[in-house]
Design a protein around this ligand. Structure first.
Ligand SMILES: *Cc1c(COP(=O)(O)O)cnc(C)c1O
Length: 426
């Protein structure tokens, strides 16, 4: 399969290049040149097969030409070491729980898959180094996704004192092939250091560097797996799929799923107060702007990267996008009220991101439709926020508690490229 750039000014790439490079030379996002439509027979019999079996078929559609069958099977099976169950919250409304992986958030699926695909392409060629800047959640998903994967070292750069203790322990306590770098600066400083490293000829001559950015095709396409799983388990017509969205990678994978035959009638993109996409749906104009901070902070994105993919997928046509996707946007007060009301009425505890999805689905569902929303993180990841809203204690799952007991190990560095480079070379 070849991958083209959404900016149309870079040469097409093979899968290996798209995975290792992440972003095309023209700063565009890679798109597969074809999206295979899966046979009706496969779709109608999904309910009789396991998550891993169905996912393998979906993975073959994207990666089957480039990765031998046995290797791809192993990658899929290793990735899906946990379930994505569908829970009925109230009649007609289901939560697709994507938080049963190592870091209790959906990014685990893409990060685990990408780590193994990268190993497939670069294994045996000597060590490859993944650099990732994080404001919290990406670092934990990538670090855990790559933990123990042979031939790959990961450096997580995070701003000192600016990530929550729960987030910090998820990438500073791992050891092995994961190194946490505590940068005396902001998230933007961390990102600037990573960018500078990729541009530095001397550094690139002495070590192989790559990123594990969320726009990487190997991180975003595997997210389609759990949408097929949802439809395999949910035997219903007129299904509406609602995705709490920030960078729009997760919903984009669902939209690819629809092109492959996923029987979803329509989609809802739920936003927090960062409503650039919602406004695009109203006006037909995309006007990015700086993000604002909210309690659903993994969705605090003012210029969603994957808008470029959606724009491309729908032929630059706002009407076509509106025919498939509607939007919603909620300020913090409404997110909080939603968590409180849902918990009081149903006993189901939402996290702030899932709360946007639940509310948009509940408000948007029409008679005769059945809906599911992605519950993208476990509420314990946002313990303080959620406890303050409901007034009830949130139990910490064993996996998260284990991270919090681990010994924190990180290397402190100033926010200057010279020290960072010297550290990497040594
Ligand atoms: C990353 C994230 C989102 C947003 O997903 P996108 O793919 O960026 O739209 C939503 N919820 C949680 C918990 C996340 O970590």
């Amino acid at each position: 399969m070849k991958y083209y750039s959404t900016n149309g000014k870079a040469p097409v790439a093979d899968l290996r290049k798209a995975v290792v490079k992440g972003l095309a030379e023209d700063r565009g996002l890679y798109m597969p040149e074809r999206i295979e439509r899966l046979p009706e027979e496969f779709i109608s019999t999904m309910g009789s097969r396991s998550f891993a079996e169905n996912s393998l078929r979906v993975a073959e559609a994207f990666f089957g030409e480039d990765v031998p069958a046995a290797g791809l099977r192993r990658i899929v099976e290793e990735t899906l070491s946990f379930d994505c169950p569908l829970r009925e919250v109230e009649p007609g409304i289901y939560a697709l729980e994507l938080f049963h992986g190592p870091t209790l958030a959906f990014k685990d699926v893409g990060a685990r898959f990408m780590a193994r695909l990268l190993r497939h392409f670069t294994g045996g060629e000597g060590e490859i180094n993944v650099l990732v800047a994080t404001s919290g959640d990406t670092g934990s998903a990538v670090a855990n996704g790559f933990l123990g994967v042979e031939g790959i070292r990961v450096f997580v750069l995070y701003p000192k004192g600016k990530v929550s203790p729960i987030q910090e322990c998820q990438f500073t306590t791992l050891g092995r092939n994961i190194t946490a770098l505590e940068i005396d600066g902001t998230f933007d400083d961390c990102q600037a250091l990573v960018k500078a490293a990729f541009m530095d000829p001397e550094l690139n001559a002495s070590m192989r560097l790559t990123s594990a950015n969320s726009i990487n095709v190997a991180r975003f396409l595997p997210q389609a797996f759990y949408y097929f799983e949802a439809l395999a388990r949910l035997q219903a017509d007129n299904v509406v799929c609602c995705v709490p969205s920030g960078n729009f990678g997760n919903i984009c994978a669902a939209l690819f799923g629809k092109r492959m035959g996923l029987p979803v009638k329509r989609f809802i993109a739920a936003n927090n107060a960062n409503s650039v996409f919602y406004e695009f749906l109203q006006t037909g104009e995309y006007r990015p702007r700086p993000s604002v901070q909210t309690i659903a902070n993994a969705m605090d994105v003012g210029d969603p990267s994957n808008f470029a993919r959606i724009w491309d997928l729908y032929g630059h046509n706002p009407e076509a996008i509106r025919a498939d996707i509607s939007g919603a946007t909620y300020p913090d007060a409404q997110i909080a009220a939603t968590i409180r009301d849902c918990f009081a009425r149903t006993g189901y505890l939402l996290d702030p991101h899932g709360a946007c999805g639940y509310r948009a689905l509940k408000e948007g569902l029409r008679p005769g439709e059945t809906g599911f929303f992605c519950e993208t993180a476990h509420p314990a990841k946002f313990k303080d926020t959620v406890e303050a809203i409901t007034g009830s204690p949130v139990a910490i799952p064993a996996r998260l508690a284990a991270f919090m007991q681990g010994e924190k190990k990180s290397v402190s560095l100033p926010a200057e490229f010279k020290s960072f480079k010297e550290f990497l070379i040594s």
